[in-house]
Design a protein around this ligand. Structure first.
Ligand SMILES: Cc1cc2nc3c(=O)[nH]c(=O)nc-3n(C[C@H](O)[C@H](O)[C@H](O)COP(=O)(O)OP(=O)(O)OC[C@H]3O[C@@H](n4cnc5c(N)ncnc54)[C@H](O)[C@@H]3O)c2cc1C
Length: 379
């Protein structure tokens, strides 16, 4: 057991960075989170958290808070886009709780983000800090920020998302892949549906596009949808970019009447290019490691991107527990060895958007508990 906690710098206060900070604090380390945004804002999107993620979040005392602000569907239906034929009824609700030991929760992304932030004291989060460069030596890591300041830490974890500025220095140069698809996504008040109720949670699927629609809370007063829509020449990922609703409605004109009713009622939606990447050769170098989308960006078709970042955080915290200066690189190597096979598998499986594969393999996704999973390095 080390005499002194390690100082761990987290780059990025997204889902992965905040989860890692909260989990490392719980394991006795010192943390500082550096986030480029000047403030946290409530961006319009929903997020699903599977039982595997809820178990990881339980470990930092967030389960009840999230249950209180989430929708816990009895099932998600996978339907044919045009005629509504049911392809799969994925039983959730009590079935998931009994089988996997935790629920599937659907909620506003901002609720998850603020729940994670509530577990990291404000003084540990430095906003308006854009990492521009870093250098590591025998004694630690030095970080430089766009505002001209710098900082030092024993360990640096880059949780800076899909456009990570640290990734190439750790894993070598490589390109992320634009999938040729965009996600329109938004949340809007259910009151705009003029009293019409929708199915609780449904994925409407055509051969080349789909739309997922669900309620965001038990009051069923807020609706979320997210699409996967072909658009070969679009590559912008920005919360300030909105899509053309008329174009969206035309693109889904052949879909079931319920989908059309939702799109007719919705006033606006963000438009977001979907990107992916092949698994990286490595996730760590010396005292620096990658976490979350920085190392395994994935298409959202299994709703596991943030889930994988949060699982990464729990395994990282366990690997660094009690570590001293001499243990850092082996601990980061262990973290990568444990996490990479699972994250790469889910990255690949999500990319197929194959519901038969998901049906066959969901036990492997949801049974996992990052707090009890063996820390032995897979052979
Ligand atoms: C359409 C869509 C739907 C999705 N639905 C789901 C879902 O239902 N369930 C699910 O689990 N996942 C879902 N995801 C995936 C999920 O959003 C991501 O996997 C998750 O946000 C990754 O977390 P992260 O912390 O790695 O990155 P992010 O959440 O992107 O956070 C990165 C942070 O780093 C900051 N940053 C970036 N660069 C710097 C820098 N140089 N210096 C300092 N800070 C920096 C950013 O401002 C940001 O705050 C979805 C994704 C998309 C696109």
């Amino acid at each position: 057991m080390a005499e002194k906690p390690l100082s761990v710098a987290l780059i990025g206060a997204g889902m992965g960075g905040l989860a890692a900070a909260a989990m490392l604090l719980r394991k006795g380390q010192d943390v500082t989170v550096y986030e480029q945004a000047p403030a946290f804002t409530r961006l319009g999107a929903g997020i699903q958290q599977g039982p595997n993620t809820v178990k990881a979040l339980r470990g930092i005392g967030l389960e009840q808070r999230l249950r209180d602000v989430s929708f816990r569907p009895e099932m998600t239906r996978y339907r044919d886009a045009a005629d509504g034929t049911i392809r799969w009824e994925r039983l959730q609700g009590d079935t998931y709780e009994e089988k996997y030991g935790a629920p599937q929760l659907l909620l506003h992304r901002a609720e998850l983000h603020s729940a994670l932030a509530s577990k990291v004291p404000e003084t540990y989060i430095k906003l308006g800090k854009t990492l521009t460069g870093f250098a590591q030596g025998d004694d630690g890591v030095r970080m430089d920020f766009a505002d001209g300041t710098s900082a030092e830490a024993d360990v640096m974890i880059a949780a800076d998302g899909v456009h990570s500025v640290v990734r190439d220095a750790v894993a070598g140069p490589g390109e992320q892949r634009y999938t040729g698809r965009v996600a329109y996504r938004t949340t809007f008040p259910a009151s705009l549906m003029n009293g019409r109720e929708i199915e609780a949670s449904t994925k409407w699927m055509a051969d080349d596009r789909h739309i997922v629609i669900y309620y965001l809370n038990e009051a069923r007063d807020e609706i979320y949808f997210v699409t996967s829509t072909p658009e070969p020449d679009y590559s912008i990922e920005s919360w300030s970019t909105t899509g053309d609703m008329d174009e969206l409605r035309r693109t889904y004109a052949g879909f079931h009447e319920e989908v059309r009713a939702v799109l007719d009622a919705c006033p606006s939606a963000h438009k977001w290019a979907l990107v992916s990447r092949e698994p990286l050769p490595t996730w760590h170098k010396g005292r620096v490691a990658l976490l979350g989308d920085a190392c395994h960006p994935m298409t959202p078709y299994m709703a596991q991107g943030a889930g994988m970042a949060i699982e990464d955080a729990a395994i990282l915290a366990r690997c660094l527990e009690g570590a001293g200066q001499g243990d850092i690189t082996p601990a980061l190597a262990k973290y990568e060895a444990i996490r990479k096979p699972r994250a790469s598998w889910i990255q690949a499986a999500s990319g197929t958007n194959d519901i038969d594969q998901f049906r066959r393999e969901q036990d492997k996704v949801f049974s996992y508990d990052a707090w009890t999973a063996p820390l032995d390095i897979p052979g």
